[in-house]
Design a protein around this ligand. Structure first.
Ligand code: CIR
Length: 266
């Protein structure tokens, strides 16, 4: 029987025991970004990344910290290179060409914990587009994840008892930029996704337009990690009764990243 599942990138276990993170490289500001929020600071990025690791450890996770990957300034956004469930680690074929080489460094790490399998070209998938809630996977179709990638991923996950839905992402980088699970079968969604057919059966907390970034909130072992600086969303999250940890991820945000993308949890 499949274990009770809250959510993940996702791992299908209710309780995460491990996370993989990668130290940001000194060249992290040369990564891909679509926003102009000022010059990223490497010392501050390292500090915020350290606080992120501390938060994961405080929630009982063993954190595997990989070294920065020379030549891959986005490689600390490890979520995009794999989809890890209780049964399998799917190594993705990232949608962005400059990030494709990151998978070579992640596959042997995950092979120590799970059987691995791969998304193959012409399929592309970024882990940031994959949200697993219970035994259901929502997969964003985005600039990074294409229909063929979805088809391959669904084929793999369905063999392990999951059902899958494809959801067009439209604007925004990934599905999880806009939709995340906050426990108890509840979703945190931006207004744009609130009425989406596939999401309607879930109770929803709707993030207000001026706090959209806070939709990238991460549920770990009953605690919600949420980005610092979004008071209205924080208050709504407090209503769930869950413990809240606020983390400043200003430097990851400058590079289109956030709380979910900085780790693989399983
Ligand atoms: C990229 O564009 O690929 C990186 N700069 C940001 C990736 C963020 N990943 C995520 O949200 N899962």
């Amino acid at each position: 029987m499949k274990p009770t599942i809250e959510t993940g990138n996702g791992s299908a276990s209710a309780t995460f025991t491990r996370a993989i993170v990668r130290k940001p490289g000194a060249n992290f500001a040369q990564g891909l970004t679509s926003v102009d929020l000022g010059e990223p600071s490497y010392p501050l990025m390292l500090h915020q990344h350290g606080a992120y690791i501390d938060a994961l450890e405080s929630l009982g996770l063993e954190v595997i910290v990989l070294d920065a990957l020379p030549g891959y300034p986005d490689a600390h956004f490890v979520e995009d290179v794999a989809v890890v469930t209780a049964e399998v680690a799917v190594i993705t074929h990232p949608g962005a060409l400059p990030r494709r080489g990151e998978i070579r460094a992640m596959e042997p790490v995950l092979a120590a914990y799970r059987p691995t399998t791969r998304i193959e070209a012409p399929g592309t998938v970024d882990g940031g587009d994959v949200l697993i809630v219970g035994s259901h996977a929502f997969v964003g179709l985005s600039e990074r994840t294409n229909p063929e990638g979805f088809r391959q991923l669904a084929h793999i996950l369905e063999r392990h008892g999951y059902t899958c839905d494809a959801i067009p992402v439209g604007e925004g980088l990934h599905l999880k930029s806009s939709v995340n699970a906050v426990g108890g079968g509840m979703l945190l969604v931006t207004e744009r996704f609130a009425n989406h057919e596939a999401l309607r059966r879930y109770e929803q907390i709707i993030v207000e337009a001026d706090e959209e970034y806070a939709a990238n909130t991460l549920l770990i072992n009953g605690c919600l990690l949420t980005p610092k600086g979004f008071p209205k969303t924080r208050r709504r999250l407090e209503d769930t009764g869950r413990k809240i940890l606020e983390l400043d991820v200003s430097e990851a945000r400058k590079m289109d990243g956030g709380l979910t993308c900085l780790s693989l949890r399983f």
